[in-house]
Design a binder for this molecule. Structure first.
Ligand SMILES: C[S@@+](CC[C@H](N)C(=O)[O-])C[C@H]1O[C@@H](n2cnc3c(N)ncnc32)[C@H](O)[C@@H]1O
Length: 208
């Protein structure tokens, strides 16, 4: 519950508090990263005609790019009401609803062709990550995609500097992933570095 409060505040701050870091992240997400994530996903698993769902959809921006790339139906789920309001206000051609990724039992299994998460799994411990992946896989018909921060020297340095300056959670104390981390989670699909995100993130595709 504490974490949900953190994310509610994060999305309210994002809208209202224009600190240097918030503005920078918001700008980068909007004009570069969301588009880069969508292009990476589409290149490795073409989305045209597919139904796509993002878990922990936050701003919803990546979904909006996937819709423009030809995805048939785009759905975002987030447990922060503030995130859902923010996404609904800005993106009209995708659906957003409130839901907890640990329990999406109101959604039948295999409801979407592709189910993905971005910047999400690294905020949870290993047991929680396994539960989240099981729920994500339950909803998917064809493919699960996971994007997380990469355990690269420059990402570690960025997190270290942020921690030093008192920042918590995003870009500070979340887990950094390598191909080994995905294996530890019991996944057997393809792990790929993401050059178009300057190697600060890594992606994994699990085909069902
Ligand atoms: C770093 S943000 C991801 C942002 C998003 N991918 C974007 O492009 O804007 C993580 C998001 O996951 C959501 N989240 C965290 N835990 C969740 C849970 N258990 N169920 C649903 N959403 C969750 C948070 O509310 C937050 O919006």
């Amino acid at each position: 519950m504490e974490d949900k409060k953190y994310w509610d505040n994060y999305w309210v701050d994002n809208k209202e508090k224009h600190t240097f870091f918030n503005t920078l992240v918001d700008f980068a997400r909007k004009y570069y990263f969301a588009r880069a994530f969508a292009a990476f996903l589409d290149k490795n698993y073409p989305v045209a005609g597919k139904s796509v769902c993002e878990i922990g959809s936050g701003s919803g921006l990546t979904l909006s790019y996937l819709k423009k790339m030809g995805a048939r139906e785009c759905t975002g789920i987030d447990y922060s009401e503030e995130a859902v309001k923010y996404a609904q206000a800005n993106i009209k051609d995708c659906k957003f609803s409130v839901g907890d990724a640990f329990n999406l039992s109101s959604i039948p299994e295999k409801s979407f062709d592709i189910v993905y998460s971005l910047g999400f799994l690294e905020h949870y411990n290993r047991d929680e990550q396994k539960k989240l992946l099981a729920e994500q896989s339950r909803l998917a018909r064809e493919c699960v995609f996971i994007e997380v921060p990469y355990n690269s020297p420059h990402m570690s340095l960025l997190c270290y500097l942020n921690r030093k300056s008192g920042r918590t959670t995003t870009f500070s104390d979340e887990e950094l992933f390598s191909p080994k981390t995905f294996r530890e989670l019991g996944l057997t699909g393809k792990t790929k570095l993401m050059p178009n995100t300057f190697f600060i993130t890594i992606g994994h595709f699990e085909h069902l």
